[in-house]
Design a protein around this ligand. Sequence first.
Ligand code: IVH
Length: 703
Amino acid sequence: MTENLSLKAAEAQYQLLLKEISDADSAYFQNDAPILTDAIYDDKKRKLEALEATFPDIKVDHSPSNKVGAAPAEGFSKVNHSVAMLSLGNAFDEADVSDFYGRIKRFLGVNDPIQLTAEPKIDGLSASIRYENGVLVRAATRGDGLVGEDITENIKTIKSIPHRLVGEFPALVEIRGEVYMAHADFEALNKKQEELDKKIFANPRNAAAGSLRQLDKNITASRPLAFYAYAWGEMSEMPHQTQYDMVLQMKAWGFDINDLMKQCGSVDELIRHYKQIESQRANLGYDIDGVVYKVDNLDLQERLGFVSRAPRWAIAHKFPAEKAITTIENIDIQVGRTGVLTPVAKLKPVTVGGVVVSNATLHNEEEIERKDIRIGDTVIVQRAGDVIPQIVEVVFDKRPALSIAFEPILYCPVCGSPAIREANPRKKNELDAARRCTGGLSCDAQIVERLKHFVSRMAFDIDGLGAKQIESFFEKDMMKTPADIFTLEIRNQQNHRSLGVLPIEKWEGWGQKSADNLFKSINEKREISLERFLFSLGIRHIGQTTAKLLAKTFLSFDKILTIAKLAKNEGLFPSPEFEELIAIDGLGEVAAQSLSDFFSDAYNIEIVLALLEEITILDFADEVDHASPVAGKIVVFTGSLQQMTRDEAKAMAERLGAKVSNSISKKTDLLVAGPGAGSKLKKATDLGVKTIDEEGWFVLIKQ
Ligand code: IVH
């Protein structure tokens, strides 16, 4: 395509691509907030490289084709990689893989088959971790491949990365691999972030990057990061002759390695393993974006060497982007549990990555306006991992003359109450992005959604009572409030006996067995922990984290109810109870307000009291690990700790069942002493109390 361009047109296109790629790079690398999808980014880079190939004169020195990433951000000190951290070339189809294999054989001048390894390409960010005499001394990001950022302290907080190598090792070892976040951890993190009104991450990769590149390592420590080792940098000595054995060696040293790594002897075998991995992709629990093939024999790797920025001996066989083109047939409005109206695009059904997609969320009216999405538009839809399908962009060339712009919905489509955008409680002068139905529990949609939330997995977790069943019981007037769930069985019998109503077991799709099972699983849930109970009420801004915080602080539901009622804040000055609520570390004004509003509402109280007739809420019980090596022990921390604050150390020890004391006595079981420890260390030594340093503490509690 590029061949037909005039030099001037090529130059103009080239400049535009340069700018787009550079903007995308900063967004991705510096701000951890991508503005282009990977596939579009790759496409732009390919176009840029094609232009450079056809018009070599237009190529600039700072072309992204010369670089592998972005220069380090400010704030971290820089680390020079003694062995460069390079990138990988891409293969997009089987022909590319054959070419790669043929190229290697030609380069080496061999006819025999060449053994390769094939392993998932993890979608995270790479890190290099240096061990001197087996001790972790430095860790760095890739950066631009030559200079990265020093993330030693952050890396040390990742549980699966050993601080000391296990067994025998060369004096100098540099392990390289990928830091990533598993799907379940990513979702839990975003939920927590949302609850705390913190930044929501676009995908697990960005969450991992954002978490790793924290100047405060305590934040990194609180994030569920994981690491797969797959390569190495500088080594004082090579313990093995193949890629495969090297990676197995990393496992022996204490690292996690990916168990889908396989040795393959031909292109066919590579492709077979690629397909195998692709078929498992959706169930792996973490994001991968392709399969990496590497020449197994390390002597051959060395002979093959590198071309500019990528090794000749490896290639990334990318999965096709899970994207498709379709049209928007309509825009529906969904009403959520708290009344939020979410516009949803009804699509002409299309297969995206093997799944038929007919809905895509449009988030809110601002998003629709920003992307200028209209009914009738042709759009690109994308399904990233198992996330809900999204609309990437409108294909404006294909916009029909009669496209219909979306108008904000001013009345709830379910109950007809006004739908408004409230002032954003956290950013005064701004409106909430969400529009909400003001009908509260007079809105059928909100009633049903609250019930669904009430029985959901993290709340009451009632087996056999899912969204479908809730809807059906609601339609048949059998269920309106949570208490109705627990009286379902008895009302079912009574209605049948005294009114001759058809009992559930006779409904279509039901039988005696399934009805009995349902009643049984409902009855099993008549006792519930305080934090689950609070969460299940579906109070705005009271998610799992806040619910647990409240439970931990007040221990019983009675206390929470009393304080929440008294905290109701109507006058000019906040009540002492409101002050008490917001004094809780981690509970903001917005959550406190929401909690007191909820329990000041007469109808909510009525619903909760009816529910309390049916269930028992257990007082808060801490989850202490009584099986840990320090359970029941009396522990003292002293000196300055490097990896955790004193409060964190105390909380950690208590979670592990230890008692933390401030002074040393004969009863003390363990002293954890950081640098600068003074009199306590001396006293402990005098009394023969076991003393370890902070490293020792982590080693101890890891087992
Ligand atoms: S090997 C010299 N193996 O992909 C080759 N890289 O596009 C070193 N990546 O920077 C890389 N999974 O961040 C290799 N199993 C894997 C990988 C992998 C993910 C990333 C890594 C690298 C990038 C190259």
